[in-house]
Design a protein around this ligand. Structure first.
Ligand SMILES: Cc1cc2nc3c(=O)[nH]c(=O)nc-3n(C[C@H](O)[C@H](O)[C@H](O)COP(=O)(O)OP(=O)(O)OC[C@H]3O[C@@H](n4cnc5c(N)ncnc54)[C@H](O)[C@@H]3O)c2cc1C
Length: 490
């Protein structure tokens, strides 16, 4: 933690509070009712980590503002007491970005949950940052079924729009729809001083001089500011949809098919891949009748003008057949399609049947390097004696190896982290990145010096200090300012 920065007395809620704690809670009580400040053991347990459970700590307090003005007042109190802050949405993040690893105060947006305006003719929505992605899309569907907020992480029913923006989330349709930052027009944020800043965007097709601060704040993982409101783009759903399942006896053939489909010039809405381990988990849970011995599966979704789709589908089928697909199954009804996507989106959850604990990695490589990357993942699994299953956004080159381990066994935890490190460094070696959509958090921050040279890292830190000079906002996350916090080390 930077000099001059406090985490509150860890005794809050368990022992007699210290003077500093009493003073902080008194000041806080002037801006928030007691019902929206949690300092008890339940709060400490509930908010100790996000979905990356290997990083965690007891928060000093958890606070729940309901408006930008309240959030600003809270941030002013935190500034006066020089307390470090972790912004948090729903805590579904997979990189420890929302974990209060050093007892920071968690500012949770779950009560910032109002849809302020749906401007359907203008095709925008103005929402508070704690509105859930699924909640917004349900509200849009009631009034304008042809429109939606396009970012669709598999966690959409649970994750907040603020969390989607802060992590710059992707999803199964990122190949065509791009990551969240492309769908955010403007944000209102509270700086660590308590000042409020609003970036403006009208329709997303115009430039917004002088600097594109909206894009900068997207993906900043709570290190620059607390997002309290967002103005987001609503886009038309595309008319027709064709969804195809392709089975393979060889992962190499499936990899070649991915490259072949992209090479046709057709841009699928989604192009997802699963390996044999994952297929068996899905088959156990959903009974698609996938033959034993199938080692790779692709889900391909085409969308657009109905009149063109059957021609595109025939082209894709030809590539799949040429790459030795053993079976091709089209989803012929909306129910079939929904079942297919439910299976894909529930894949991480279904892994719970196989293992006590798991860690989902996230890295990108150029599509052409996917077969090599899968080979490197396979080698890491062998070297560290782990089972690894793969379900990933093949069209984006975004791999998600899932490392299975038992978190009660320190040796298995160490092996899982060592395997993660090897896989992430392999992605960099192949010309890729440390993350495609889950972010860096505290999990991967130790590897940032392998991804960026020291001048670039120094420029990132200068930029961070321009927004958050106190260093109190999500310290040690995203930028390697405190190497002792890193979970995976160089
Ligand atoms: C089962 C499962 C499936 C998933 N599928 C996907 C997927 O398909 N694609 C994908 O990209 N991700 C996926 N994720 C990861 C996660 O759901 C996303 O990163 C999501 O956007 C996080 O939203 P959240 O509200 O839970 O944010 P949190 O986990 O609470 O926070 C995430 C990060 O954003 C910061 N943050 C949160 N809210 C704010 C705010 N208001 N202001 C400033 N900073 C903030 C936090 O400090 C943290 O660094 C998945 C996770 C799970 C558990």
């Amino acid at each position: 933690m930077a000099p001059g920065m406090n985490s509150l007395d860890a005794s809050i809620g368990t022992q007699i509070p210290t003077k500093a704690t009493i003073a902080f809670l008194q000041d806080l009580s002037r801006v928030l009712p007691a019902s929206r400040v949690s300092t008890d053991a339940a709060g400490k347990a509930l908010f100790r980590s996000d979905a990356f459970t290997l990083a965690g700590g007891a928060p000093s307090a958890v606070v729940f503002p309901e408006s930008t003005a309240e959030a600003a007042a809270v941030m002013q109190v935190l500034a006066a007491h020089r307390l470090a802050i972790v912004p948090r949405g729903s805590g579904t993040g997979l990189a420890g970005g929302a974990a209060p690893v050093r007892g920071e105060v968690v500012v949770c947006t779950s009560r910032l949950n109002r849809i302020i305006e749906l401007d359907l003719p203008g095709r925008t929505a103005h929402v508070q940052s704690g509105v859930l992605n699924g909640q917004l899309n349900d509200a849009i569907a009631k009034q304008a079924p042809h429109l939606h907020f396009a970012p669709d992480p598999s966690s959409a029913r649970a994750a907040t729009i603020g969390g989607n923006a802060a992590a710059n989330a992707g999803g199964v349709h990122t190949l065509k729809d791009f990551v969240t930052s492309n769908h955010i027009l403007g944000v209102t944020v509270v700086l660590d001083s308590g000042e409020v800043l609003t970036t403006r965007g009208m329709t997303g097709v115009h430039a917004s001089p002088p600097f594109d601060l909206t894009a900068l704040l997207c993906g900043s993982e709570g290190t620059l500011a607390l997002i309290t409101e967002l103005r987001v783009k609503l886009v038309p759903k595309r008319g027709g949809v064709r969804t195809l399942l392709a089975l393979f006896d060889s992962a190499g053939d499936a990899g070649r098919a991915v490259a072949g489909i992209i090479a046709t010039g057709i841009l699928p809405a989604a192009l997802e891949m699963m390996d044999g381990t994952m297929i068996r988990v899905i088959e156990d849970a959903y009974h698609f009748g996938i033959p034993a011995g199938t080692t790779a599966l692709l889900v391909i979704e085409l969308d657009g003008d109905d009149a063109l789709l059957d021609g595109e589908l025939a082209e894709v089928r030809a590539v799949l057949t040429e790459c030795h697909a053993t079976d091709l199954r089209a989803a012929t009804t909306p129910d079939d399609r929904a079942k297919l996507w439910k299976a894909r989106k529930s894949a991480f959850g279904a892994i719970g049947k196989l293992s006590h604990s798991y860690c989902t990695q996230d890295a990108c490589v150029p599509r052409s390097k996917l077969p090599l990357m899968l080979e490197r993942i396979h080698q890491a699994a062998g070297r560290y004696g782990l089972t690894i299953s793969n379900v990933f956004h093949a069209g984006d080159g975004n791999v998600h190896p899932i490392f299975l381990y038992d978190d009660c066994d320190p040796a298995q935890v160490a092996n899982a982290l060592a395997a993660c490190r090897e896989v992430l460094l392999a992605a960099l070696e192949l010309g890729g990145t440390l993350t495609g959509e889950h972010g860096i958090g505290v999990e991967k921050v130790g590897l940032m010096p392998a991804a960026f040279d020291s001048d670039t890292l120094a420029a990132f830190v200068t930029l961070k200090l321009a927004f958050a000079p106190s260093g109190r906002l999500n310290p040690g996350k995203l930028l390697p300012t405190d190497p002792s916090l890193a979970i995976i080390r160089l």
